[in-house]
Design a protein around this ligand. Structure first.
Ligand SMILES: Nc1ncnc2c1ncn2[C@@H]1O[C@H](COP(=O)(O)OP(=O)(O)O)[C@@H](O)[C@H]1O
Ligand SMILES: N[C@@H](CCC(=O)OP(=O)(O)O)C(=O)O
Length: 392
């Protein structure tokens, strides 16, 4: 895990997210000069032994330029159509730019829904491992043509953060048109100052973030901070740097003072727990009494039926539920029994499960390996992340 700038020189695997504001030009479409320059830097990093995965934006922006749909708001379907036009152009640009360095690129189009399913999450992970092993550069974007509101990533910053967890990167770099987080939006506050290092991302930093600076960007600085929080909590340091400054990426990885570096929290969750806390949508609630809350929070125990006072919702085995204690949300976890079964065994001792249900696969309702405490229950002040980018 990276805890200082000097450790960046040891980066083994990096996810580089490139924003639309860098790649798209309202008159000529894709900025080949920018793609070529960034690819040159990434190819040099790969040659030095660092594995690179690119998360790229720009398909919608490029499609808009192509269709001359630049000066108006687009409907969701128009954005999807624009993405279908822009995406092959993007891949063509990366393919040609990396080919100059004798590198092959591979396209991976993902949706958040893909990553919610454990098997698909692991498939995405295995595919990228295979590509890394073959020396190929994976280029990821959201699968814009198939997403609808409930499965859409807030933006590609969050996609970059989630992908950095999927591939177990050491570093996520968000390349944009500004060289880091400033004390206020520099587009409107020229006196704002760059924040060089953020040891612990908190509400003060969120309050500094404003909207997108260009007509092609989405989410602005706020979405980059959401991404930094997701990644750093999962043990992936995150940097926001300017993609407009030649050599900035190279200097960052050499440990020099570029952009803003967000250090990893000390409370790294396992990848599985991070998947539970960041990606899954709770299907119900389990209410527990004080004794169970204490066992789960203070002793890290599995949740047993004896401490459960109520079960709300309809859910299957393996689904994610929220755990509510007498003082509020405690955490979330994956269920070993269905909601209907849980209602039958709640308040009862584990040895009674078989007599009540006719079988007993587990003594607990939620095993501690599948249970993630919320910030306060876990002993820190950050609230539990329930959704990416506050959406859904
Ligand atoms: N506190 C801040 N510090 C730096 N940039 C900020 C801040 N608040 C808002 N911004 C804006 O965020 C923009 C970058 O976000 P965005 O346009 O969505 O980029 P991208 O397309 O690269 O994802 C910057 O151009 C800047 O105007
Ligand atoms: N998947 C979309 C990403 C849109 C997006 O998040 O843009 P940005 O804020 O520039 O990273 C596209 O390729 O246009």
């Amino acid at each position: 895990m990276i805890h200082s700038r000097s450790e960046l020189a040891r980066t083994r695997r990096v996810v580089v997210k490139i924003g639309s504001s860098l790649l798209a030009d309202a008159t000529c479409g894709i900025r080949h000069d920018v793609v070529d320059r960034l690819v040159d830097e990434m190819a040099a990093m790969i040659a030095d032994g660092t594995e690179v995965l690119v998360v790229t934006s720009g398909s919608v922006a490029l499609g808009r330029v192509c269709l001359d749909w630049v000066d108006r708001e687009l409907t969701v379907h128009e954005k999807q159509a624009a993405a279908a036009i822009g995406q092959p152009r993007l891949m063509d640009a990366y393919g040609k730019a990396f080919a100059r360095h004798h590198r092959t690129v591979a396209q991976m189009l993902l949706t958040k829904d893909d990553l919610r399913h454990r098997r698909r999450y692991l498939n995405a992970s295995n595919t990228s491992e295979t590509l890394f092993a073959a020396g190929v550069v994976p280029v990821v974007n959201e699968n814009d043509t198939v997403v609808v509101t409930e499965i859409k990533f807030g933006d590609n910053d969050s996609l970059g953060a989630l992908v950095s967890l999927v591939v177990d990167a050491d570093l996520l770099v968000l390349l944009t048109d500004v060289d880091g987080l400033y004390s206020a939006n520099p587009a409107t506050h020229p006196e704002a100052e760059r924040i060089a290092i953020v040891p612990h991302l908190d509400e003060r930093h969120v309050a500094m973030a404003g909207d997108a600076g260009s007509s092609f960007g989405t989410g602005g600085m706020a979405s980059k901070l959401t991404a930094a929080r997701i990644a750093t909590r999962g043990g992936v340091a995150t940097a926001i740097i300017s993609g407009k400054k030649p050599g900035a990426l190279t200097r960052l990885l050499a440990g020099e003072d570029e952009g803003t570096l967000f250090l990893c929290g000390t409370d790294r969750q396992t990848r599985r727990k991070h998947w539970i806390s960041e990606l899954l949508r709770p299907a119900g609630e389990i209410h527990i009494d004080q004794g169970a809350a204490k066992a789960v929070c203070a002793s890290g125990s599995s949740l047993l039926p004896v401490g459960v006072t109520a079960v709300h919702g309809v859910f299957d085995k393996g689904e994610c539920v929220e755990i509510i204690g007498p003082d509020g949300l405690i955490g979330r976890g994956l269920c070993n029994y269905t909601a209907e079964e849980m209602r039958k065994i709640m308040g009862r001792a584990s040895h009674e499960i078989e007599a009540i249900l006719g079988y007993r696969d587990f003594t607990s309702l939620i095993h501690r390996d599948n249970l993630v405490l919320s910030g306060i229950a876990a002993g820190n002040t950050e609230p539990l992340a329930t959704t990416v980018n506050g959406g859904e």
